[in-house]
Write a protein that binds this ligand. Structure first.
Ligand SMILES: [Zn+2]
Ligand SMILES: [Zn+2]
Length: 107
């Protein structure tokens, strides 16, 4: 159990998005798990947000936006390599137009 907790590291650091190549600054007040410009994520977590246990590391495409039970917007990501699905809360600085576009381009 202690091992589990040690590995819980919220992902909050600046990085360059592998999809749109823009520099992403640190998030304020929350931790960042996807790019605010194109909304792509990376498959780094296996079971818990921030656990960094996945060895996949591939880009995760935003496939859907929906409201959760608290009426907060969630982005559903799907890994382009292993097809894993994950749900992530949107951040305040996520691009609203990009968010709106996701549901229009559902395959
Ligand atoms: Zn991006
Ligand atoms: Zn994956």
């Amino acid at each position: 159990m202690l091992e589990e907790r040690k590995n819980f590291i919220p992902l909050n650091e600046s990085f360059v998005c592998e999809n749109c190549k823009q520099k992403v600054p640190k998030a304020k007040g929350t931790f960042r798990n996807h790019c605010p410009f194109c909304l792509y994520s990376r498959h780094v977590d296996e079971t818990l947000p921030g656990d960094r246990k996945s060895t996949c590391g591939s880009l995760m495409q935003p496939i859907k936006v929906e409201k959760d039970s608290k009426r907060e917007w969630m982005v559903i990501h799907q890994c382009q390599k292993c097809q894993k699905i994950s749900r992530n809360r949107t951040a305040a600085d996520d691009d609203r137009e990009e968010l709106a576009k996701i549901n229009l381009t559902i395959r």
